[in-house]
Design a protein around this ligand. Structure first.
Ligand code: XMP
Ligand code: MG
Length: 184
């Protein structure tokens, strides 16, 4: 699939599976007192694979909600100005909310999202991200659960795209530079 487009495999399917299981176990332990009231908020579209695998790996029941946001600015960097494309369907007041993210890069999107969701008065609000890049450390966003810290490279696969492609890859990889330059 996508022959020649992927320069290297950064995280294999097996490594993702193991990490998802590990994170789900940890979250399950931490939310024993939530009384089965855990609400997962997945951020579309990137987090969709992680969200569905995570929910199935989670030993306790959880409800699933999705939000779609878009940050204004160029396609490969975030501006921090965020627009809601699809809001939550339900009220999250007094709910235990866990944001499920694919990747935190600058942290600007997440920082905005945390502010937005906390203003809706959830009982608790935490973040679980599969990937985090080093730049994220510069913005003070409290992220309780992190799958992998990765180098500052553009990655695709397992929900992450370049121009809407590669989301369906079962692993995380880096793109061959020829993909950026050939203009698909
Ligand atoms: P910030 O910088 O606000 O941005 O943390 C987070 C969002 O930017 C996208 N993003 C990526 N998408 N490969 C992608 O496919 C990447 O390497 C990458 N880095 C950032 C992504 O939508 C994320 O939610
Ligand atoms: Mg995203």
């Amino acid at each position: 699939m996508y022959d020649g487009d992927i320069a290297s495999v950064l995280i294999t399917e097996q490594q993702i599976n193991d990490k998802v299981t590990e994170l789900a176990k940890q979250v399950d332990e931490d939310y024993q007192d939530a009384g089965g009231d855990l609400l997962l908020v997945g951020v579309l579209k990137g987090a969709v694979m992680f969200m569905t695998d995570f929910a199935r790996a989670l030993p306790q029941p959880a409800q699933l909600e999705f939000m779609a946001v878009s940050s204004y600015g160029s396609s490969t960097s975030s501006s921090g100005v965020v627009r809601i494309l699809k809001d939550l369907d339900r009220d999250i007041a007094n709910r235990h909310v866990l944001i499920v993210e694919d990747i935190i890069d600058s942290g600007l999107t997440l920082s905005w999202l945390l502010k937005n969701l906390s203003s809706r008065n959830p009982a608790s609000l935490e973040v679980c991200t599969l990937l985090r890049k080093p730049d994220a450390v510069q913005v003070d966003v409290p992220v309780k659960y992190v799958g992998f810290d990765i180098p500052n490279e553009f990655v695709v696969g397992y929900g992450l795209d370049y121009a809407e492609r590669y989301r369906d890859l079962p692993y995380i990889g880096t793109l061959d530079p020829k993909v950026y330059t050939s203009g698909v």
